[in-house]
Design a binder for this molecule. Structure first.
Ligand SMILES: Cc1cc2nc3c(=O)[nH]c(=O)nc-3n(C[C@H](O)[C@H](O)[C@H](O)COP(=O)(O)OP(=O)(O)OC[C@H]3O[C@@H](n4cnc5c(N)ncnc54)[C@H](O)[C@@H]3O)c2cc1C
Length: 464
């Protein structure tokens, strides 16, 4: 890189690029393992897609009646519940949370553990060690960052690339996958909330219209064209009246949010199909404008057609576009659809998953959507598959780990492992492993003792 930059005099054992769903947890886990940790985050709070893209609730990842993700995920839930920012519904589902509360909890946990955070800072590019040899892959010796201080190089023993887009790995020149076989990505969404909703009336209306709810505090309602939603006739009328566009019914889903009475969080609108690459700045920017226009239409629809929403107003438009999938590293192991369907176990497992393949396709009905049943072993209620430690280890780099949605997986497999609780667990494993690699192995992430890592994760309440 030819631009001049200053070198920060301090060094860290572990720098986490991106304080999102996986990265914040990785930072906490690494700091608790006793090393110097810095989390570098583009925005002004932790949690990434789970907070700043307003993705709530956590998707369930249950097998045989047990939540497969424990460890730090459990602690998050306990702390969220204690603040009134988490809740358990009548079915025992404890995955409901308030994104604003999660920002607080993550930040407190990181700082309490002795970790540091640098907000409003973008990771620009890695600085690499001299060329790799056949027995020694290249190391990232520092990250060039950009913030109000200009360009600065920050040095660390191990780098965790938790940008979700594998920004560090890509700029290091290491290989990655992106999109499906045609390079097309999953749909993006711009999530928003409606506040000022009379949830008791909305609950009663949904009950009368084919979507009975257990309680006005835990609403979940939806409409997807052709999926037999009881709300489809209302959407048809709204499209005919010009209130909605046809594509506004491609995916519509609303959820209650604990700690925010009278507010509904929407897992929509879906962004225009041709704007599907969340690693393309022009797509991302256009997604904001496209999404905001759709939010205006959906708000008008809710006010006009959903009793209880007549005087509702836009509470939040997520500051991050919701990006489901962009780049995925080529790791030491690439998880496949077959691994999922066959419930494959791996000796170096760091995470267990039973969330299904869930592709929000921009290609229409020809693609897998919610594939929740079939003859494969995976569809047994007590089934799960493992995710190996090798999936977050990028080929060609010796001191980098990539937990989260950019871990090495095929397009289909990524759509299953990407949910937040799995990102937490991957982050926890990566944080501990990074700390040990920095402290004991000169940064070499392949030298980490995997049985010891699994034992440590279990000691911390993990389910591996
Ligand atoms: C619309 C939508 C709905 C979803 N629904 C659900 C759901 O209901 N439940 C569920 O469990 N999962 C859901 N998911 C999946 C899940 O939320 C994500 O896959 C997961 O949160 C991704 O975590 P991550 O850590 O990989 O990335 P992120 O959480 O996105 O974290 C990446 C972080 O890195 C930062 N960053 C990026 N680039 C840089 C850079 N160059 N420099 C500095 N910082 C950078 C970002 O600001 C962000 O904080 C959904 C996803 C989307 C998009």
């Amino acid at each position: 890189m030819n631009l001049p930059y200053q070198t920060e005099p301090r060094t860290w054992d572990v720098i986490v690029a991106g304080g999102g769903t996986a990265g914040a947890i990785a930072g906490i886990a690494a700091a608790r393992a006793g090393v110097r940790v810095l989390v570098v985050e583009a925005l002004g709070s932790l949690g990434g897609t789970g907070t700043n893209a307003w993705v709530t609730p956590l998707m369930r990842n249950v097998s045989g009646g047990q939540n497969l993700n424990r460890g730090l995920t459990d602690e998050l839930k306990v702390r969220l519940h204690a603040r009134g920012d988490g809740a358990t519904d009548a079915n025992g589902n404890d995955n409901w949370f308030n994104p604003e509360g999660l920002k607080m909890v993550l930040e407190q946990m990181l700082l309490e553990a002795g970790g540091e955070v640098l907000y409003h800072t973008h990771v620009v590019a890695p600085i690499l060690s001299p060329q790799a040899t056949s027995d020694k892959p290249q190391a990232v010796t520092a990250l060039v960052l950009h913030n109000k201080g200009g360009l600065q190089a920050f040095r660390a023993g191990v780098l965790i690339d938790a940008t979700g887009d594998a920004d560090v790995v890509m700029r290091a020149g290491a290989p990655f996958h992106a999109g499906d076989e045609d390079g097309v990505h999953q749909a993006m969404s711009l999530r928003f909330t409606l506040a000022g909703v009379d949830t008791a009336r909305l609950c009663a209306f949904l009950g009368r219209h084919g979507q009975p709810q257990a309680s006005p505090d835990f609403l979940h309602f939806w409409m997807v064209w052709g999926r037999k939603s009881s709300l489809e006739p209302l959407f048809r009328e709204a499209v005919a009246a010009g209130v909605l566009e046809e594509r506004d019914g491609d995916y519509f889903q609303g959820f209650s949010v604990p700690g925010r009475p009278g507010e509904i969080s929407f897992n929509c609108p879906r962004i225009r199909a041709d704007l599907n690459d969340g690693s393309d700045p022009w797509h991302l920017s256009a997604a904001q404008t496209d999404g905001r226009a759709a939010i205006d239409r959906l708000t008008a629809f809710c006010r006009a057609s959903l009793p209880g929403c007549e005087t509702a107003y836009i509470g939040t438009v997520a500051m991050m576009v919701g990006v489901r999938e962009t780049r995925r590293i080529v790791g030491e192991y690439t998880l496949t659809l077959e691994d999922i369907l066959d419930c494959r176990r791996f000796p170096d497992s760091i995470c267990r998953n039973h969330y299904p393949v869930d592709i929000h396709s921009v290609k229409g009905g020809a693609r897998l959507l919610h594939e929740r049943d079939g003859a494969a072993p995976y569809f047994a209620p007590d089934a799960y598959h493992d995710l190996p430690y090798r999936a977050p280890v990028p080929v060609g780099l010796r001191n980098v780990l990539v937990p989260g949605r950019a871990a090495s997986s095929t397009f289909e497999a990524q759509s299953a492992i990407r949910v937040q609780q799995n990102c937490h667990t991957m982050g926890e494993a990566a944080g501990i492993a990074a700390a040990w690699a920095a402290r004991d192995h000169g940064g070499e992430v392949r030298a980490v003792d995997i049985p010891a890592l699994q034992t440590e994760m279990r000691r911390l309440g993990g389910n591996v």
